[in-house]
Design a protein around this ligand. Structure first.
Ligand code: AMP
Length: 289
């Protein structure tokens, strides 16, 4: 079984031991990779674990449902917590170190007077619907990076805006860490794996296919420019009354701002929608011709 550590001091001590052990068997300076998660692990998370294992001798998976990134009206209380089966899944994938801190270990005084702010892009798209979300994400990621001090941190492209903002924080605040990203892992019908998919009933699960289908429609229209892309994706999303569109946008991956009409080359299509009570997000890279 992996070692499951709840405290920061315990994690640091386990890391020292793991490094000494790895150094006695392999490279003099073993590398560490961190995979931050909120648990309720699925095969998407495991793809991140595999990338971490390619990059480092020592892999730490953190499991922490971070209240700072949930708004007052959001699903913090109902967010799935499945630590036992998560640890079992990680064991099956050969992970040796799991950091599952308690709330008071991460936020001993309740709130944190000091926070990282995500800036302008943090207020768009996900950040517009979820005020303060990315400040909460960046703050906890900054803390985890200081606690674990990894050589590499691994994120999924499913949360494209998160990847953009984490990379910008790392550059802006001179964190000494590499970011590795992993393509979105999907079900056979295209739905992106998500810890929240378990909330979908049978009818909603079918309706949720509209998200990947909208992205496919976007891709098929990429030759005809951003307006055609948006129209194609929108017509798929509005085709099912169970799907309440939150936002749909085509952005420049370099700036994360909406593309100009004459933009050519790679662009990201971002979509978020509510299916029943469950909020889902997805994205795809397209090539605007
Ligand atoms: P979460 O536990 O939802 O906070 O996600 C933890 C990490 O897993 C984030 O970097 C996500 O982008 C990534 N992730 C979540 N779902 C997927 C997926 N379907 N494919 C690849 N990565 C994912």
């Amino acid at each position: 079984m992996p070692v499951v550590v709840e405290t920061i001091a315990g994690l640091r001590s386990q890391l020292r031991q793991a490094k000494a052990h790895a150094a006695s068997e392999g490279p003099a300076r073993p590398r560490v990779a961190l995979v931050p998660t909120m648990g309720a692990l699925h095969e998407g998370h495991m793809a991140l674990v595999e990338r971490a294992q390619e990059r480092a001798e020592i892999v730490v998976v953190s499991i922490f449902v971070n209240p700072l990134q949930f708004g007052a009206s959001e699903d913090l209380d109902r967010y799935p917590r499945t630590v036992e089966s998560d640890v079992e899944r990680l064991r099956a994938h050969g992970v040796q170190l799991v950091f599952a801190p308690t709330l008071s270990e991460v936020y001993p005084a309740g709130d944190l007077p000091t926070k990282v702010t995500a800036g302008d892009i943090g207020d768009l798209y996900e950040g517009r619907s979820r005020r303060g979300h990315f400040d909460g994400v960046l703050t906890v990621v900054a803390k985890l990076l200081h606690i674990v001090n990894p050589d590499t941190v691994v994120f999924g492209k499913k949360d494209a805006q998160q990847v953009f903002l984490v990379k910008r924080m790392i550059a802006d605040l001179n964190f000494d860490v590499q970011v590795a990203t992993v393509p979105t892992v999907r079900e056979d019908d295209g739905l992106a794996l998500s810890s929240r998919n378990r909330f979908l009933d049978a009818r909603e699960r079918i309706a949720a296919r509209a998200l990947p289908r909208a992205l496919e429609a976007a891709e098929s229209s990429a030759d005809r420019g951003p307006d055609a892309v948006l129209a194609a994706a929108q017509s798929v999303l509005t085709g099912d009354t169970a799907v309440q569109l939150d936002y749909l946008q085509v952005v420049n991956p370099a700036t994360f701002l909406p593309v100009d009409d004459n933009h050519h080359g790679p662009a990201l299509v971002l979509v978020a929608a509510r299916v029943g009570d469950t909020r889902l997000i997805d994205n795809a890279t397209i090539h605007l011709g």
